[in-house]
Design a protein around this ligand. Structure first.
Ligand SMILES: C[C@@H]1O/C(=N\OC(=O)Nc2ccccc2)[C@@H](O)[C@H](O)[C@@H]1O
Length: 477
């Protein structure tokens, strides 16, 4: 049995590999596509600008899987808790009996909204329906919803209202793969599969329309569960779903993971163009800050877990390494330094409260963001050569240095692009940092006197200088 799990895990982990963008073909060699990218290049409308400038989000993975929390029939499974139905091979009708226990008495949407606000996130992505098929909203198209639980109420509606009231945007996670639905198919082997799967796509359309019309303030749909043959063979539907949502909610954003083109190519179409509005392939991993600079050409969003791989609530976090606040911060800053967003995951308990570890991480991140958030919000890739002390971000005439590794030399090496001058350097608390030109286009920036025991941020005021004094003689080697 263990071997089977290993095989399942190996297959799944293949999916978590970031999609390498195809090389762009010369325009005259591009092939005609009906269901490829609907647009070339980044979106610059207000809705997408807001998505981009938000930069920091939180993921909420909440469903029936929070009740068993990784344990089934007395056995604890190490795998992702929201996949427990699969690991323990539980038939759908048995799994969905968990609905009888769904009654989160400690759920308080306003408390969730305050926790997110205090963490400094600008948006929250909520699992409306995960692979198990249980809906956090009263869908009319299935019996597996909150309505048919002891809790009864519209959890999604409560959360949208509470987050929006504190100025936090809401994004909907939606799993196309639905283990509760008899017409779901992993592959299309015969006419019967084809007919069933077309029924399934119509059901999915109905649920998406329901979500878009019941909750018109939703800003984004983040699709998942779209890696199987059945979807790749129906690229038309993925293009239709994006176009339908954008008609229902003008400005809404949609992730690349939804899309498959005419030939089943995912995320990037057969001509190498990104589909959807942002790449969503960096899950529990990030592009390399030196080797993967191609990602700075398009919008992208990464998501991460606090343990090694737990999205839903798992009762035993001792089974894998849990990141400390600075390790979470480092991933947030790394993403923004390369022009991406970062979404930090939380897996609420079945009772509707959060585990202590998650509350503590959220508080620690919030404390740092309170002091240093200006180097994250509305910031982008600076285009400067990465240094060992870590990351740059850029906004208007400022470049921020976010220092995670304080050098023993007490000097922070900064190599600026040609014809760029550093006018001054200040810590975000106002303390002026010494700036010494050390070579052509190179400076040393001093470190603060105080050792803050946490990453610190230096704001560089820069200007482009056409007349750079050539006092440095190039070696005649
Ligand atoms: C955010 C995570 O997303 C998932 N799956 O991940 C992927 O499909 N990852 C993926 C797929 C294609 C490309 C890159 C990553 C789910 O199975 C998991 O339970 C969680 O909701």
């Amino acid at each position: 049995m263990k071997k089977l799990h290993l095989i399942a895990f190996t297959i799944l982990s293949l999916f978590s590999f970031p999609m390498q963008a195809q090389k762009l073909l010369p325009a005259e060699q591009e092939i005609g596509l009906q269901y490829g990218a609907d647009r070339l290049g980044k979106r610059y409308d207000a809705a997408m600008q807001k998505f981009r400038e938000n930069r920091l989000g939180a993921f909420i993975h909440w469903g029936l899987y929070a009740i068993p929390g990784g344990e089934w029939n007395g056995q604890v499974y190490n795998g992702a808790a929201e996949w427990l139905k699969s690991w323990a091979k539980v038939p759908a009708e048995e799994w969905l009996q968990l609905m009888k226990q769904w009654n989160p008495q400690n759920f308080d949407a306003k408390k969730w909204a305050k926790m997110a606000k205090d963490m400094g996130v600008k948006y929250v992505k909520i699992t409306t329906k995960h692979h198990e098929g249980f809906c956090l909203w009263p869908s009319k198209f299935t019996e597996y919803t909150v309505t048919n639980t002891p809790y009864k109420k519209d959890i999604l509606g409560e959360l949208v209202k509470a987050y929006n009231e504190v100025g936090i945007d809401v994004h909907f996670y939606f799993s196309v793969m639905d283990w509760s639905h008899p017409d779901w198919r992993y592959s299309i082997k015969n006419q019967e599969d084809e007919i069933a799967f077309q029924r399934f796509l119509a059901f999915t359309d109905n649920q998406l329309k329901e979500l878009a019309t019941r909750y018109p303030t939703v800003k984004d749909f983040w699709f998942d569960g779209t890696w199987d043959e059945s979807i790749k063979k129906n690229g038309w539907w993925t293009a239709h779903a994006e176009r339908m949502l954008k008609e229902l909610i003008p400005g809404v954003t949609v992730n690349s993971r939804l899309r498959a083109d005419d030939y089943g190519k995912r995320h990037f179409d057969s001509n190498g163009h990104l589909m959807g509005d942002y790449e969503s392939a960096y899950e529990r991993r990030l592009p390399d800050p030196i080797k993967d600079l191609q990602v700075t050409k398009w919008d992208w969003e990464a998501c991460m877990t606090l343990p090694e791989n737990q999205w839903g609530y798992h009762k035993d976090w001792s089974l894998s390494y849990v990141k400390n606040p600075v390790e979470v911060l480092e991933r947030i800053v790394h993403a923004v330094s390369m022009g991406g967003n970062m979404v930090v995951n939380f897996g609420p308990q079945a009772d509707g409260d959060f585990r202590t570890e998650e509350k503590e991480i959220a508080k620690a991140i919030g404390k740092w963001m309170q002091k240093n958030g200006e180097c994250i919000y509305a910031c982008d890739y600076a285009g400067w050569e990465k240094q060992d002390w870590e990351y740059y971000t850029h906004k208007k005439n400022s470049v921020y240095m976010i220092v995670f590794n304080r050098p023993y030399s007490k000097q922070l090496t900064v190599k600026v692009p040609k014809e760029t001058q550093i006018i001054n350097a200040v810590l975000l608390n106002g303390e002026k940092m010494k700036v010494t030109e050390t070579a052509r286009n190179e400076y040393n920036v001093g470190v603060p006197k105080q050792d803050f025991q946490e990453p610190f941020v230096i704001k560089l005021e820069i200007k482009s200088s056409k007349t750079s004094t050539n006092k440095y003689q190039e070696a005649l080697t």
